[in-house]
Design a protein around this ligand. Structure first.
Ligand SMILES: Cc1cc2nc3c(=O)[nH]c(=O)nc-3n(C[C@H](O)[C@H](O)[C@H](O)COP(=O)(O)OP(=O)(O)OC[C@H]3O[C@@H](n4cnc5c(N)ncnc54)[C@H](O)[C@@H]3O)c2cc1C
Length: 375
């Protein structure tokens, strides 16, 4: 009877685990990936896709192709519970998926739950596939509406800033009409970045006509109206949520130890603190000893150590430690082909930074391209 490795979620870490598995498969191990989507987006290129610089294929990894090359079976479903007594993952209408070793890389979604009405009246940037479907409709609406659409983006971190600038760029290029507002609940945009980066992006937003409201929270949402924390109302046609990172409930309700926000608590081996043989990586994991912000950079870097530890867990060997880099390089794009690099206190910007980012992103995607004859 082969041992069973179950991967839940086709995120940035698991694609690397699958690629490495294909290069060097373990004998007598059956590997299954549970993922609702065939195409997994590469977040670094998502703003570029929204802005119209990339095609869908250029910024999405075809999981079926990567799995086929590696001899991994993909089940098109979402995991909703882990039954540790039975050693299976429950996957909605799909059959239960058994495992000996389990790894979870299911990402995060924007924080919406505390804001009444947010889920119903607006669209979150994740799950990405749903957002992109909505984005196509939004572009069409901006082309055909009798007056400029009022578009509000809530969340003024790097993703929110990139998304609002990318949307504005694309709609202007389409000949559409929209007014954009960016809302952040802190005193600045891009809170974790150096002042220079914040100031430069503030002037870019102003030059592009994006109105920015800081120190502003959203208390609740009704159709067409945002009720702000200070009592003011803001009318909108479209609201896009790019607010922080939230965890789903099922890891905690399944009995996995989580942090206070519900992210799976893992040790230096990326192994669950409560369940040996269960691993987690990417946004869904919370590293107890070396906490880091939720960022694709860390998810990508966890690929090699997670891959190694899954093999070792299957063989019953000691695990290797993962030591994350102290900080991550952020390459933040500005809608057009211009970007800023932010690393600790350092920052540089220019069209050349965008070209650099473009090269880095395309090189990443190239790793997961599978020639048709290898599928
Ligand atoms: C607009 C935007 C731009 C960003 N740009 C950058 C950037 O430039 N650099 C950077 O470092 N970070 C960036 N980020 C952050 C980055 O997106 C995340 O940190 C990164 O995606 C986390 O990767 P992950 O592997 O945890 O999960 P993800 O890449 O989110 O993938 C998770 C996968 O799991 C699947 N899934 C979810 N639930 C289940 C389930 N129950 N069962 C099975 N499958 C499931 C999802 O469908 C998805 O395919 C950006 C985020 C946004 C929103």
């Amino acid at each position: 009877m082969p041992r069973r490795l179950l991967l839940i979620g086709g995120g940035h870490t698991h694609v690397e685990v699958i690629r490495r598995w294909g290069l060097n498969p373990e004998p007598d191990v059956a590997v299954t990936l549970v993922s609702p989507d065939r195409h997994t987006p590469y977040s670094g290129m998502l703003p570029g896709y929204i802005a119209g610089h990339y095609s869908h294929a250029e910024c999405h990894i075809d999981l079926d192709a990567v799995c086929a090359q590696a001899g991994v079976t993909r089940i098109g479903a979402s995991a909703s519970e882990i039954d540790f007594a039975a050693h299976v993952a429950r996957c909605g209408h799909a059959p239960d998926q058994p495992f000996d070793v389990l790894s979870i890389d299911t990402g995060s979604t924007p924080v919406l739950a505390p804001i009444p009405g947010a889920e119903r009246h607006g669209i979150a940037v994740k799950p990405v596939a749903q957002f992109l479907e909505h984005w196509t409709q939004l572009r069409e609406a901006a082309r055909t509406a009798p007056r400029p659409l009022q578009v509000v983006v809530v969340g003024a971190g790097a993703a929110g800033v990139e998304v609002v600038l990318a949307m504005r760029h694309r709609i202007a290029g389409d000949g559409g009409h929209a007014d954009f507002t960016l809302i952040g609940d802190g005193p600045t945009i891009l809170g974790v970045h150096p002042r220079r980066v914040q100031q430069q992006f503030m002037s870019i937003l102003q030059n592009q006509g994006v109105s920015v409201r800081l120190d502003t929270s959203v208390a609740r949402v009704a159709p067409g109206t945002l009720f702000l924390g200070d009592g003011e109302r803001l009318a909108f046609d479209e609201v896009v949520w790019v607010t922080g990172a939230a965890a789903p409930a099922w890891p905690r309700t399944s009995g996995l130890q989580t942090d206070n926000a519900g992210f799976i608590a893992v040790d230096r081996h990326l192994q669950s603190l409560s369940h040996p043989g269960v691993f987690a990586a990417g946004d869904i994991a919370s590293m107890r000893d070396t906490p880091r912000p939720k960022s694709g950079v860390y998810a990508v870097r966890q690929g090699p150590p997670l891959s190694e530890n899954l093999r070792r867990a299957l063989r019953g060997e000691p695990l290797v430690e993962y030591h994350p880099q102290p900080r991550a390089l952020a390459l933040i794009s500005a809608g057009d082909r211009y970007a800023m690099a932010s690393y600790g206190p350092f920052a540089v910007s220019g069209a050349w930074v965008w070209r650099w980012k473009d090269r880095v992103d395309r090189a990443f995607m190239q790793r997961y391209r599978v020639a048709p004859e290898n599928i």
